[in-house]
Every structure is written in structure tokens, then in C-alpha cells.
Ligand binder design. Structure first.
Ligand code: AVI
Length: 321
């Protein structure tokens, strides 16, 4: 059995399980196929999607303060990144370390080997002496294997509000694994989108051009493409909601009529009632006290929340205690 077959089977299983549950769900990790990756790139450039440009500015402004604890120690260290992607923001940090002639090894972790290859080539261009040790695989496997664990201090990066895409129980379990994978005094830089005017948050997930709608609908398109589904996309409405109490921005696809959808790979027909939702994504927003409580619960101390002037976003530097 090759890798692709296994992945297709897991996708099919997850779709079966999600569409068979009382509240239909589809896991947001399946947004990111080739088309989804492109749509997400477009989302990051949207005027309403403040997250990426805000975090980029935070890293640019505070790169020295974030890194100097490790960079100024005079010892080599490991820079480990969960979900590295194209590393656009991380390049700011790497460029700084290279300019300062700091000795470090970068361990980008991503499910896509292709993305990692490209990232490695890009990095060699901006910093020829950089040591890169890519790890292709899931967070779970990487955190268990700890390929970076060579006795040197580690700064782990989990940027971009990616943590907010995990539902509460999974999020806490993941943070336990992260905490277990680090040693005392290691650092963790976590990107958190902060609670703010609900209108701004909702607009970021319901942009005027409809790019986020297409991104959400791409889940159904992907099922059509890869699993032989017959979803009619115009019969589903993109519907994000934001709850200012929990800080959860949730996205749904709502069936606009009573309908049946057949998925060939599952040999199964799914019934949708009129107005029935499919839950597709959570993007959680945090208060600073939530960040504090979470860090303590998981055995860290917040060293500093690096924020933009409007306090839209925080890159929080935690130290393992
Ligand atoms: C990847 N992640 C942090 C994005 C977010 O904001 O939750 C994914 C996204 N979904 C819709 N727009 C962007």
C-alpha cells in the first residue's frame, strides 16, 4: 500500500465519519489540497484578513527581542517549526539569525514534503549557510520522534493562529504533546489571534470577494474530485458565526434545500434536510488571560506577549518551567 492510497483511505474514512454524525462535520485539515493552498494564499492577502499581515509586522518589529534569549547565549540552538508551510513569516526570524551569525539548525515540520523542499531551497537563497533539517509528517509523529532533541536548547514556533483551528480537546492534547517534547527553559512562540470587535473578526471569515466562501466550498469540491462525490456547490451556503464569549469563530456549509449526495468511494448516499449545516472549521480567538491560563496549565510561563499597537494578534513567547 503506498502513501497516497493510505491518505485517500483516511480522507474517505474521515468524510464517512463526519457526514454520518448527528451534526455533520468535515475536518478543516482537508481544506489544504492544491486548490485550497492557493485559496488560502489569496485569503492571506485580503483586506479583511488582518491576521497574516499583523503577525508579519509583529515578527518584523520584535524579532530581536523574541530571539535574543537564544541568539545571544553563544550556544547553538534548534529552531523547530510546527506547520512551517512556505515559511514566509519564519524567514524574518531566519534572516535575523543569519545576519547575527548565530549558529542554529532549523527543523521545519510539515505534512507536505513538496512544500518543505521549496522552503529549503528558498532559505538557501536568503541565507546560504543555514542548516535545515526538514521533517515531513504529522505533528503527532514529529513530537513523538523529536528529531531535533540533540541536547541543545530549542525554540519551537507554532505561528499563524494555527493552534486556534483545533477543537478544545484536541488543542489541549496537542499542547500536552508539545510540552512533553520540550525541556526546561526551552521556548515556545505561539501565534494567537486575539478577541476584538466581533465585526472585524466575522469580516475576516466572510470577505466581500467570496474567497473564504470558495475556500470552504473547496471541501465539497475536493470530495467530488477525489472521492467521486456529486455535491452541487450552489446548493450550499458559506456561513461563519462568531461567539464573543467563547472566542470561537465557526464556519459552516448550510444545505439550501432537502437533497441527497452520493459519494462513490463510500458507496453511500447522504441525506441533507433543508437548512442542515455541515460544521467545517473553528478559528478560536483568545483573551490575554486565556493565554496566561493555558500556559500555566501546560507547564509554561509567559515571558512576553508581543503584540501590534491595536492588540489584534499576539505572538506569545512561553518558557517551559
Ligand atoms: C490557517 N488558519 C489559521 C486560518 C484561520 O484563520 O483560522 C484558516 C482560515 N480559514 C478561513 N480563513 C482562514
Amino acid at each position: 500500500m503506498n502513501h497516497t492510497t493510505t491518505y485517500d483511505q483516511i480522507f474517505a474514512q474521515d468524510v464517512l465519519q463526519g457526514l454520518s454524525s448527528p451534526l455533520k462535520t468535515l475536518p478543516s485539515k482537508y481544506f489544504y489540497d492544491e486548490k485550497g493552498d492557493k485559496l488560502f494564499q489569496a485569503i492571506m492577502a485580503l483586506p479583511e484578513y488582518y491576521l497574516t499581515r499583523t503577525e508579519y509586522a509583529i515578527l518584523e518589529t520584535y524579532k530581536a527581542q523574541i530571539l535574543d534569549r537564544f541568539a545571544k547565549s553563544g550556544k547553538p540552538f534548534n529552531l523547530v517549526e510546527l506547520g512551517a508551510g512556505n515559511g514566509l513569516k519564519t524567514k524574518i526570524l531566519i534572516q535575523y539569525l543569519c545576519d547575527q551569525k548565530v549558529e542554529f539548525t532549523y527543523f521545519p515540520i510539515d505534512i507536505s514534503g513538496y512544500v518543505l523542499k521549496e522552503l529549503e531551497e528558498d532559505l538557501k537563497e536568503i541565507c546560504p549557510q543555514v542548516k535545515v533539517h526538514p521533517i515531513t509528517g504529522t505533528y503527532r509523529h514529529a513530537l513523538k520522534d523529536r528529531e531535533w532533541d540533540n541536547g541543545s536548547p530549542t525554540l519551537m514556533l507554532f505561528l499563524g493562529s494555527n493552534y486556534g483551528n483545533f477543537l478544545e480537546e484536541d488543542a489541549k492534547e496537542l499542547l500536552d504533546r508539545i510540552s512533553d517534547s520540550l525541556r526546561i527553559n526551552d521556548g515556545l512562540l505561539m501565534g494567537f489571534d486575539l478577541k476584538k470587535d466581533p465585526e472585524l473578526i466575522l469580516a475576516a471569515y466572510n470577505d466581500a470577494q467570496g474567497v473564504t466562501r470558495d475556500f470552504n466550498l473547496n471541501l465539497l469540491e475536493r470530495i467530488n474530485r477525489e472521492l467521486g462525490g456529486n455535491f452541487e456547490l450552489n446548493k450550499f451556503k458559506h456561513w461563519p458565526i462568531y461567539d464573543p464569549v467563547s472566542g470561537e469563530c465557526k464556519s459552516f456549509l448550510v444545505s439550501m434545500e432537502e437533497q441527497q449526495v452520493f459519494i462513490e468511494a463510500l458507496h453511500k448516499t447522504f441525506q441533507f434536510t433543508h437548512a442542515e449545516p455541515i460544521f467545517t472549521e473553528v478559528s478560536k480567538k483568545y483573551g490575554l488571560h486565556d493565554i496566561d491560563a493555558l500556559s500555566q496549565e501546560k507547564g509554561f510561563k509567559v515571558e512576553k506577549n508581543f503584540m501590534d499597537d491595536e492588540a489584534f494578534f499576539s505572538d506569545s513567547l512561553w518558557v517551559k518551567s
